[in-house]
Write a protein that binds this ligand. Structure first.
Ligand code: MG
Length: 388
């Protein structure tokens, strides 16, 4: 890599991607410097991270926790700010080369937009940003010369497969583990508990994305993310269930050749690739042993078991602000499920009922997207409250 250190801002530093990003950075202190850490409300972990990585500044988005963080870090000469607006503003500052956008859900959109407007390289882990505002983000990133490098493992795999290619993409093949309920018969879906849904077989992730994996809405959000990132029609983005999660996704080219990226499932690989791109640097992950794996298996997704996947395809085809409404309703439904307010099978029903009530905007502005998110969340909450 180049001689000067890359100066990194991490938005969402206390989450699953944020902590793994810091793990990667700690293995390469000669290549990366943490300049900014921003967290939602986990003040104690943010303080601890700041003490370890000595950033120039931190942001605690929950303003109630400001004093606690300020008292702990001011003596160490680390600047402390509060509120999500500060996160966006500081991520766009001149001391930052790359912004890791790893906040959870729609909350990641505003600070990511702020960083794009300043031309920062974005390591994008927050897929909801592209789902809710794909047309806006794509246009903005071109206008401001702000490259978006995917962190999501599937999109990183595709991005890696596309290096050096000038060929036409025929199809993107997004692999999916199938989540914890891949072999569970549909009749038993009615009794799925929160604990079961949080028990993902292959990937260790935050609770929102783990539930999304169990409903396969995660894959639904990812097909939309892929369509925007790689500028390809959604009908050429295919989902393949691959329970071992060894192949992280594939690209089929116009000559029928398929390229895949493989490895043991470890999010630090795509995180590190985004941080070091276009270079590849050492990482201490376990290496694959093909004789030990013996076989890799593949299945087509069952859309009756996973209606969220069908909802996502349909949302992208409808376009406009509909994917934003789907994402908003999904966030509310997942939170309600985690709170034991609704059943697992209610999640797609809440999303569908919310879309029915959404006012369609064909070419939404940033303001329209924020309004759609707010309104759709209120509608979805009302549906949850009325017990569907
Ligand atoms: Mg993924």
């Amino acid at each position: 890599m180049e001689q000067t250190k890359r100066r990194i801002a991490i938005l969402g530093s206390t989450g699953s991607i944020g902590t793994q990003t810091l793990n990667v950075i700690s293995q390469h202190p000669d290549l990366f410097q943490v300049e900014l850490l921003s967290a939602g409300s986990n003040a104690q972990l943010l303080i601890q991270q700041a003490k370890t990585y000595n950033p120039n500044a931190v942001v605690i988005c929950n303003k109630d926790k400001y004093q606690e963080v300020k008292e702990a870090l001011t003596p160490l000469d680390i600047k402390v700010f509060a509120g999500v607006e500060s996160a966006g503003e500081l991520a766009g500052a001149s001391n930052i080369d790359m912004v890791v956008a790893s906040m959870v859900g729609f909350s990641g959109l505003a600070p990511t937009i702020a960083a794009i407007k300043k031309g920062k390289a974005i390591a994008l882990a927050n897929k909801e940003t592209l789902v809710a505002a794909g047309s806006i983000i794509s246009k903005m990133s071109t206008e401001h010369n702000s490259p978006i490098i995917p962190v999501d493992s599937e999109h990183s795999a595709i991005f890696q497969c596309l290096q050096g290619e000038k060929a036409e993409i025929e199809k993107l093949l997004l692999t999916a583990s199938g989540g914890p309920f891949f072999s569970l018969p549909i009749e038993k879906f009615n009794d799925i508990t929160v604990e079961q849904a949080l028990n993902h077989p292959n990937w260790k992730m935050g609770s929102k994305v783990t539930i999304d994996s169990a409903t396969m809405m995660n894959k639904g959000l990812e097909i939309i993310e892929a369509a925007w990132l790689f500028n390809i029609p959604i009908d050429r983005v295919e989902v393949v269930i691959h329970p071992q999660s060894i192949i992280h996704s594939m690209v089929q080219f116009s000559d029928g050749s398929i390229k895949a990226q493989l490895g043991y499932p470890d999010m630090r690989v795509p995180i590190q690739y985004a941080l070091s791109y276009p270079y590849r640097i050492k990482l201490d992950t376990p290496r694959l042993s093909f004789p030990d794996i013996e076989k890799l298996t593949f299945f087509a997704p069952d859309l009756t078991k996973y209606p969220c996947l069908a909802i996502a395809y349909e949302a992208f085809r409808k376009g406009g602000n509909i994917p934003c409404a789907v994402n908003a309703a999904n966030e509310v439904a997942v939170a309600a499920f985690l709170n034991s307010e609704i059943k697992f099978v209610h999640i797609p029903q809440i999303i569908e009922k919310t879309i029915e009530k959404c006012n369609f905007v064909a070419a939404p502005s940033v303001e329209d997207i924020f309004a759609t998110d707010k309104l759709s969340k209120a509608v979805a909450k009302e549906i949850v409250r009325q017990n569907l």
